[in-house]
Design a protein around this ligand. Structure first.
Ligand SMILES: *Cc1c(COP(=O)(O)O)cnc(C)c1O
Length: 359
């Protein structure tokens, strides 16, 4: 029996995608083999990767002057790849530290140049998105880095910050494909696939063409956006199967009506949960309202033992992986695109019952 899986990542995938993959598992179309077994240089696979890219571009509305790269190593590898490729005009970058991943990105970038914290919300344990003004950015910074949706703390930028002429770089691992984004406002977007796009092993990078081609000397070739772009992400063997599953997910998003529709569904889903939390006497949502994430909803009871009890009973009732990140405790319901609305409705029903029993 499939459960309601609230995992933050790897996370649930649309059932129809898994079923389609299952039906093609041992033989993809008439190729006589599984996608896992075919040469990445074969025409049949070349079509899979080309279709994946084309559908992704269409769904995201990516302008022609941006490259889409299918890379490996997770979002964490991009913490280094971004400064190696982009921090080369003035050797400076400004980072917004709004959670654990952006802090890691900042620490990694510091190895490569003059990196500064532009704004931080660490003072209140990352329960809000810190504000900054365009004038606060160093005018000679090569880019500004943000994490758009903070997976662990359940916060999200309410809008795309204005960085003027300085390229905005965003880690969108946990919000990509959740709603439409104006890609032209970014210099670079990167995202690990395992939150909202597919299995782990694939990392997608969307990068404006003029930012490619300046990687610093002696960098590993696998980090070079130019190498990836010039070789259509096939300089070496790409994560073939992960790209194939991501292609099915992109097609699924398109078939539902694209990102406008996705946003409508996601807003509905998170509203059910936040409305309940705002009225509950047992549960508290610690995140400031204008910084709330649509994808990761965090909450606590205020009592660590009761949190533990909640997670245990939730699991016994088929709501799994709802425990908060080990660094923050409490609970976190990750409700990415693949989580059906019934999953959230049933979770809230269960929470009401728990509240009744644990006044
Ligand atoms: C999960 C996550 C990461 C880490 O991703 P890996 O693929 O494990 O390296 C980084 N940033 C954000 C926002 C995430 O959600």
């Amino acid at each position: 029996m499939r459960v309601y899986n609230f995992s933050a990542g790897p996370s649930s995938l649309p059932l129809s995608v898994l079923e389609k993959a299952a039906s093609e598992m041992t033989e993809y179309q008439n190729s006589g083999m599984s996608v896992m077994e075919m040469s990445h240089r074969s025409p049949v696979y070349e079509k899979i990767i080309a279709d994946a890219q084309a559908t992704f571009r269409k769904v995201m509305g990516i302008p022609d002057n941006y490259k889409v790269l299918f890379m490996q190593g997770g979002a964490t590898t991009q913490f280094a790849a971004v400064p190696l490729n982009l921090m080369n005009k003035n050797g400076k970058a400004d980072y917004v530290v709004s959670g654990q991943f952006s802090k890691k990105a900042y620490q990694e970038a510091k190895k490569f140049g003059d990196v500064r914290v532009l704004a931080s919300s660490e003072d209140k344990n990352f329960t809000y998105i810190p504000k900054f003004k365009k004038e606060d950015i160093r005018p000679d910074a090569d880019y500004v880095h943000i994490c758009f949706n903070n997976t662990i703390f359940g916060t999200k930028f309410p809008e795309i910050p204005d960085t003027g002429d300085i390229p905005l770089v965003a880690d969108m691992s946990s919000c990509i494909l959740s709603e439409p984004f104006d890609v032209s406002k970014f210099g670079l977007i990167y995202a690990g696939a395992q939150k909202n796009m597919g299995p782990s092993g694939l990392t997608v990078v969307i990068v404006r063409e003029d930012l490619i081609g300046n990687i610093r000397e002696n960098s590993p070739v696998m980090f070079d956006y130019k190498t990836m772009a010039d070789n259509d992400s096939m300089y070496n063997t790409p994560p073939c199967y992960a790209i194939y599953i991501a292609k099915l997910v992109f097609e699924w998003v398109e078939s539902l009506g694209g990102l406008e529709k996705m946003k409508e569904i996601n807003q509905k889903k998170c509203k059910i949960l936040y409305d309940y939390l705002d009225n509950s006497k047992r549960f508290i949502a610690p995140v400031e309202k204008d910084s709330r994430s649509m994808m990761n909803v965090t909450f606590v009871t205020g009592d660590a033992d009761l949190d533990k009890k909640f997670c245990k009973e939730a699991e016994a009732n088929g709501f799994v992986n709802i425990k908060g990140h080990r660094s923050v405790g409490g609970m976190r319901a990750s409700i990415y695109n693949a989580m059906p609305i019934e999953g959230v409705e049933k979770l809230v029903e269960f929470m009401k019952k728990f509240e009744e029993e644990n006044k």
